[in-house]
Design a protein around this ligand. Sequence first.
Ligand code: HEC
Ligand code: HEC
Length: 336
Amino acid sequence: MPLLRKIAPVLAAGFALASINAHSQDYSDQKQSYKRPDLIPFPEEAPYSPQLATLGKMLFFDPRLSGKQNISCASCHNPSFGFEVPVAGAIGATNKPLPRKAPTVLNAAWISPLFWDGRAPNLELQAMGPITAEGEMDGKFPQIIGRLKGIPEYNTSFKKLFPMDGVTQDNILTAIATYERSVVAGSAPFDRWIEGDDVAISPAAQRGFALFNGKAGCAGCHTGWNFTDSQFHDIGIPTKDVGRAAFAPDDPLAQYAFKTPGLRNLTYRAPFGHAGQFADLDAIITFYESGGIPRPSKSPLMKPLSLSAEEHSDLIAFLRTLTAEQTQTALPNLPN
Ligand code: HEC
Ligand code: HEC
């Protein structure tokens, strides 16, 4: 590397760079665990093909999967808002806000189980929920299958991809899940920093990274490149929703516990929390400083946290570096 060789004698001569080094920290140990994966994990029974993902994308954006043909997955998981919608409760078929915030579909390939309470083991089973739920798309599979079979382009695509049985409930769900697995958060300034570009994120954000992994204890639950352990925790948010406890009644720690959300592309995804209780990052960091309300189920990792005003803003500066530059998601052309 000729460039390195040029810099090396300068360093050896004890030039200005040495003093910069004295101030910047080496986070190499912590940085290791945040490297982006190279490949998307597709399950053996639903391997990736661009044709299948394209079909799934059409279905994801197609309101004909809903009872009244007016709501699609993208109505509540809109690419412009980090595959969410900027409201606490998204509105579905009954015109009433849903009690929980729509989580993002970004990086869903790595997330299991799904839903805030983890009630779906995989994306295929997850997708069945909103299509048939009265408060979401209120669709009936026999009717949807009939509709799709009546649309020549859909019918042909399904027959090509699934020669045995064409348009079926399972095949619709497989296509949607395959598209979702292909929805990955783009590279962010943080990723470039992890890859070795030392100036990709500001010194404030680097101090925020140190807090995140150290004093603030965030990395106790927000782990790895997608910043989630896929576990359930009660972090002490006042709520009547029992969360995970509905599916794990015998686990005392499951009361008010929700799945740790990933922290990618937060900038597009406010409000935050399982019911959109926090308007912005400032509000959620203020909540973490409080340590949450005392409750027997509250995670032992949650304690009041004393941050200076500078540390508070350093932590926010760090979280902002996890957002990729906005990428355009081209809308699919839906067949007639
Ligand atoms: C009316 C709004 C609405 C529609 C339409 C909708 N969703 Fe959702 N989605 C939500 C809400 C709210 C949740 C969280 C519910 C919960 O956790 O109990 C959710 C959860 C999810 C999750 C779980 C993410 C995670 O991290 O656990 C995925 C994936 C998802 N939806 C995909 C879809 C797909 C695919 C469709 C279309 C077939 C769809 N959604 C339609 C509102 C909606
Ligand atoms: C004990 C595990 C745990 C710790 C420690 C923790 N979190 Fe969380 N975090 C969660 C869970 C669980 C949620 C969702 C809780 C809910 O909505 O009820 C969450 C939600 C969030 C959200 C909202 C994301 C969204 O999509 O709505 C942000 C941002 C966040 N945490 C950042 C942090 C930061 C910064 C710290 C450190 C100060 C931290 N977390 C510490 C588990 C944890």
